[in-house]
Design a protein around this ligand. Structure first.
Ligand SMILES: *[C@@H]1O[C@H](CO)[C@@H](O)[C@H](O)[C@H]1NC(C)=O
Ligand SMILES: *[C@@H]1O[C@H](CO)[C@@H](O)[C@H](O)[C@H]1NC(C)=O
Ligand SMILES: *[C@@H]1O[C@H](CO)[C@@H](O)[C@H](O)[C@H]1NC(C)=O
Ligand SMILES: *[C@@H]1O[C@H](CO)[C@@H](O)[C@H](O)[C@H]1NC(C)=O
Ligand SMILES: *[C@@H]1O[C@H](CO)[C@@H](O)[C@H](O)[C@H]1NC(C)=O
Ligand SMILES: *[C@@H]1O[C@H](CO)[C@@H](O)[C@H](O)[C@H]1NC(C)=O
Length: 219
């Protein structure tokens, strides 16, 4: 093989591996926006996310206590945002113990409130489908996250993974989070905010009620 061609192939190989690596490190905290469904409660959310209720409440100053959480509310649940699969993406693997009657669809769309999808469950679990009556099988539930992007702004270093719901728009989401539509769209350049499904990433507030900048999260 001519040397030039070899060098070319090598260069392409190097370029494509570095392009594939989307993260080199994660961040201590991201927030999962959990949409409360009818008959859900914080005890259940705490179990699903392996996060104690007081820790959840500390990120939700508008919720005075766990009994006051209403269906239709969104609750921010903190979790560690890790760089997974050799730098392929940022996410966190939660653990779910099965009980009779669960399927990938109920896990994604109900128990994890669309923070993950059936496809994403299939990717991280050895079972092609899950509908067996087995109890106590531990499944991996992977939820994507973001640690910010200093090319967009250094002012935001904590991000909410926000599953889009029907009826929402870029403006309604920006308003609900006290952000400008411009900044929300710049973090999600390819999102279709009106689609009613998929994830977007929105700057989130720390326990002290302020938007923490990137610097405070990476040192
Ligand atoms: C919390 O929600 C789960 C799931 O719907 C339910 O099984 C459980 O009984 C509820 N617990 C309380 C204390 O309401
Ligand atoms: C999740 O998405 C599905 C499909 O859009 C929807 O039917 C379901 O109500 C959503 N789940 C929650 C908890 O909002
Ligand atoms: C999580 O991110 C990966 C990589 O960007 C993407 O392929 C996947 O579809 C995302 N999963 C969900 C549930 O949005
Ligand atoms: C969950 O992921 C771990 C690796 O992170 C893997 O060893 C395990 O087999 C997975 N569980 C299932 C049910 O596939
Ligand atoms: C920010 O921009 C620089 C220069 O264009 C680039 O090298 C870097 O990868 C970008 N960072 C992110 C997180 O996209
Ligand atoms: C929204 O932000 C403005 C200024 O950035 C602040 O004055 C106002 O109190 C905030 N509102 C809420 C509901 O957080």
């Amino acid at each position: 093989m001519p040397m030039k061609l070899l060098t070319g192939i090598l260069l392409i190989a190097i370029l494509s591996t570095s392009a594939d690596a989307r993260c080199s490190r994660g961040c201590d905290t991201a927030l999962a926006s959990y949409y409360m469904w009818l008959n859900s409660n914080l005890t259940f959310v705490s179990q699903m996310t392996q996060t104690p209720i007081p820790t959840i409440l500390s990120y939700n100053p508008s919720i005075p206590n766990q009994e006051s959480v209403q269906a239709g509310a969104r609750v921010n649940v903190p979790f560690a945002c890790d760089c997974l699969e050799d730098g392929e993406f940022l996410g966190h693997m939660f653990e779910f113990r099965t009980f009779p009657g669960v399927t990938y669809q109920t896990i994604a769309q109900t128990y994890y409130s669309n923070l993950t999808t059936v496809d994403w469950l299939q990717r991280f679990n050895s079972y092609p489908a899950f509908s067996s009556p087995d109890t106590g099988v531990t499944l991996n539930v992977t939820v994507n996250c973001s640690c910010g992007d200093e090319n967009v702004s250094k002012d935001y270093g904590l991000f909410v993974t926000w599953p889009l719901k029907e009826g929402e728009t870029l403006e309604s989401i920006a308003d609900a989070n006290n952000l400008s539509a411009d900044i929300v769209s710049r973090y999600n350049p390819s999102a279709n905010f009106n689609s009613g499904n998929g994830l977007v990433y929105i700057p989130g507030k720390d326990q002290d009620g302020t938007f923490p900048p990137i610097a405070s999260r990476t040192t």
